[in-house]
Every structure is written in structure tokens, then in C-alpha cells.
Design a protein around this ligand. Structure first.
Ligand code: SAM
Length: 235
């Protein structure tokens, strides 16, 4: 069986994920209808990264794969300015509708590189729940661009799923594909579309890719899991 490419994934996030509503961003948001609850969940997720972040009114933070801005708005309270990028025009439109007067610039990415969408020097490159949806080549391109744009003293802080592939996952993928063809859009808490596929990378894989892209980093969480945090600085 051929593996779905993450370029398919990028296309799904861009074109179809927003139809699922906030739930597409995080299944725990399934029951949330209101914006305040979405922001509260973003604040709670960001709280885990606070010990690793160096905020500052003179610092610029990039939120890579910002979605509807769940963590972008809390980030904007910590930094002088935030540039928030995503591939989904619908997510960005929703984020922008809440952004009047805020120190945030929401921008549409084509989906495989930061330039020319982001050209400013950056102090922090932040990403939450995005990198495990990216192919190796896209992840590398983003990290190389981030390294190039990063100011001295800059830092890369991100979270990604590092859970190993489970036994039987090929069979489960095929079941989900059939369900999707039959019109079932979600099953057991996740979308059935092949574009939702996660790329399995271990902590060591992320550290290696970061090093190859010019970052010296560390994994901040003790074991592989759904939420593994990383911190890196230019090597
Ligand atoms: C699970 S959501 C996380 C959104 C946000 N960080 C949050 O936690 O609320 C994954 C996000 O990655 C974005 N994404 C998918 N492929 C991408 C790509 N190639 N480049 C940038 N963002 C991408 C999706 O549009 C989506 O907003």
C-alpha cells in the first residue's frame, strides 16, 4: 500500500479540515462552540512551554501552523509582535476576525517554505501540534528558513507527537480509508481522511533533523509520547 504523502496532508488541512470546525484543530475542542473556550485551551497548552520560552516586548515570535490562533493570541501577550502562519485560508480568516488592534500578523503559507511569506528577523520560532503532519522535506525547509531568519539569541520551541507507529496501523489506515469513501468523516476521535496522517518520528529523529538544519537542541520531555517538547538554539 502506498503511504499518503504529507503534501496530501497539507492540501487536506488547507482545503477540507476547516469544515470540521474547531474539532479539526484538537479533538478536545469538539464540544466547544465559543471563542473564549478555544483561547482558554490554547492558554493551557502554552503554559507547558512557558518555562522554556524567553518572552520580551522587543522580541518577535513566529507561530508556525497557527490554525485559528489558539496559541497565537496568548503568545501575543508575551512578545512585542507575533507573525502567525498557516496553510488554511479559512482558519486564518477566523483568526483575523479576532485580531483587530492586536500585535499579530496572520499570513497564508504556500505550505513548503517560510519565504517569501516571512522575511523578518525572528527571536522565537514556535510550533504546536504541526511538525508531525509535515514531510521530512517540508520540515527541513521550514527549519532551514527559520535558522536563516533567526537573530542571535534566538530559539526554536516546538511540540510534536513522537509516539511510535502502533502494530496493525496499516490495517487501521485501510479501514479508515474505506470509512472515508463511505462518507464517514471521523472515527474514534480522528478524521478518516488520509491527509490527516501523522508522520512517525522519534525524539532522536527530530534532534537529528534539527542538527542537520543548524540547530543545537534538546528534548524537554522524558519519554516518547503524544506531546513531546523540544528547545533549540542556532548551533
Ligand atoms: C492540529 S492543528 C494545530 C493548530 C494550532 N497550532 C493549535 O494548536 O491550535 C495543525 C495545523 O497545521 C497546519 N498545517 C498543516 N500543514 C501545514 C504546512 N505544510 N505548513 C504550515 N502549516 C500546516 C494546519 O492547517 C493546522 O492549522
Amino acid at each position: 500500500m502506498t503511504m499518503p504523502t504529507t503534501e496530501t496532508g497539507t492540501q487536506w488541512w488547507r482545503d477540507s479540515a476547516p469544515e470540521l470546525g474547531y474539532w479539526a484543530i484538537d479533538r478536545h475542542l469538539a464540544g466547544f462552540a465559543d471563542w473564549d473556550a478555544v483561547l482558554a485551551s490554547g492558554r493551557a497548552e502554552l503554559a507547558r512551554a512557558l518555562p522554556f520560552l524567553c518572552p520580551g516586548r522587543e522580541r518577535t515570535c513566529l507561530d508556525l501552523g497557527c490554525g485559528v490562533g489558539r496559541l497565537t493570541f496568548p503568545l501575543a501577550e508575551l512578545f512585542g509582535s507575533v507573525i502567525a502562519v498557516d496553510v488554511s485560508p479559512a482558519f486564518l480568516a477566523l483568526a483575523r476576525s479576532h485580531a483587530a488592534g492586536k500585535n499579530i500578523s496572520f499570513r497564508l503559507l504556500q505550505g513548503s517554505e517560510l519565504s517569501p511569506t516571512v522575511i523578518e528577523p525572528l527571536d522565537v520560532v514556535f510550533s504546536y501540534e504541526v511538525f508531525h503532519y509535515l514531510s521530512d522535506s517540508t520540515l527541513r525547509r521550514y527549519l532551514l528558513d527559520a535558522r536563516r531568519l533567526m537573530r542571535a539569541g534566538g530559539e526554536l520551541v516546538f511540540e510534536a507527537n513522537t509516539q511510535p507507529a502502533r502494530r496493525g496501523s496499516e490495517v487501521k489506515r485501510e479501514i479508515r480509508r474505506c470509512l472515508n469513501v463511505a462518507g464517514v468523516r471521523r472515527f474514534r476521535g480522528t478524521p478518516t481522511h488520509s491527509g490527516f496522517a501523522t508522520v512517525h518520528r522519534s525524539e532522536a529523529d527530530y534532534l537529528r533533523i534539527m542538527a542537520e538544519c543548524g540547530f543545537s537542541g534538546a528534548c524537554l520531555t522524558p519519554e516518547a509520547g503524544q506531546q513531546t517538547w523540544f528547545h533549540a538554539t542556532p548551533a
